[in-house]
Design a protein around this ligand. Structure first.
Ligand SMILES: Nc1nc2c(c(=O)[nH]1)N[C@H]1C(S)=C(S)[C@@H](COP(=O)(O)O)O[C@H]1N2
Ligand SMILES: [Mo]
Length: 256
């Protein structure tokens, strides 16, 4: 994957501490190995999340833009093709053979095809995507509100997180995954998107289904989703921190 943890750490650091502090660190490529600094950074990140949770209501909407604001090019980043024979065969077939599984702590587990999802009421939103690697892009996303799918499966009372399992793996075979709080599944701008800028989602941008969770950073926007698992705790899943990048030290609460 392109994202290098150290470099992105430094970008997060820039955001957290500001340009002046970054200048002091310029040329230091071992910032993440420097223990006082990484402790400070982690505390700063935690503080940012805590402050945001305190001052921004969970229901607040991310800014939405107009058609004229849409970026001419929306970069594709991270994995841009799951690359397996199975995925290629399904992509070739317009994802007719794809099924999204929603299971775990739900009353009614469900298997649903992208075609059936497209028949449900849709939401379209023009929003800005911010990647920690230092780029942003404005795109128009169309998809099904995740809350509508939650109403179908009915989460059990002890479900606390939705975990998004993706079809792609990194160079070492580690699968991509992400997670958000159940309450955030019902946020009006949390959608499972199947269109970007009025066209069917292409492979680089996460076909056939990808998450848009607009008040958080790019790495939360899971692509190639094949399973949504509702759980009470994230500790039993992969590295236990709730996401592919979180397992490598990123914040789970990636608020913008
Ligand atoms: N399955 C999967 N989802 C992913 C990634 C990935 O590598 N695999 N990369 C993340 C990162 S870091 C970013 S910035 C966005 C990029 O989305 P895009 O390719 O549509 O620009 O997807 C996120 N979701
Ligand atoms: Mo990213």
């Amino acid at each position: 994957m392109k994202h290098r943890p150290i470099m992105t750490r430094r970008r997060l650091l820039k955001g957290a501490l500001g340009g002046a502090s970054l200048a002091v660190l310029a040329g230091c490529d071992n910032v993440t190995r420097n223990s006082w600094l990484s402790r400070l950074l982690q505390n700063t990140e935690r503080l940012t999340g805590a402050v945001q949770r305190a001052v921004v209501p969970a229901s607040a909407l991310a800014k939405e833009y107009g058609e004229s604001d849409i970026s001419a090019v929306f970069p594709a980043n991270g994995n841009t093709d799951p690359g397996t024979a199975d995925y290629a065969a399904k992509a070739e077939n317009g994802f007719a053979g794809w099924n999204l599984l929603i299971d775990g702590l739900v009353t009614t587990p469900m298997l649903i095809s992208p075609a059936a999802i497209k028949e449900m009421p849709a939401r379209t939103q023009i929003t800005r995507h911010d990647c920690v690697e230092g780029w942003s892009a404005i795109g128009k996303w169309t998809g099904v509100p995740l809350g509508d799918l939650m109403h179908k499966v009915q989460p059990l009372l002890n479900a606390r997180y939705a975990v998004f399992h993706c079809a792609d793996v990194d160079d070492e075979g580690v699968p991509y995954y992400e997670s958000i709080a159940i309450a955030d599944c019902y946020h009006p701008q949390t959608i499972l998107a199947y269109e970007l800028n009025g066209r069917s989602l292409d492979v680089p941008h996460g076909a056939p289904l990808r998450l848009r969770f607009e008040r958080q950073l790019g790495y939360k926007q899971a692509k190639y989703i094949e399973r949504i698992e509702l759980v009470e705790s994230l500790s039993g899943i992969a590295g236990g921190k709730g996401g592919y990048w979180e397992d490598q030290g990123y914040e789970w609460y990636a608020g913008i």
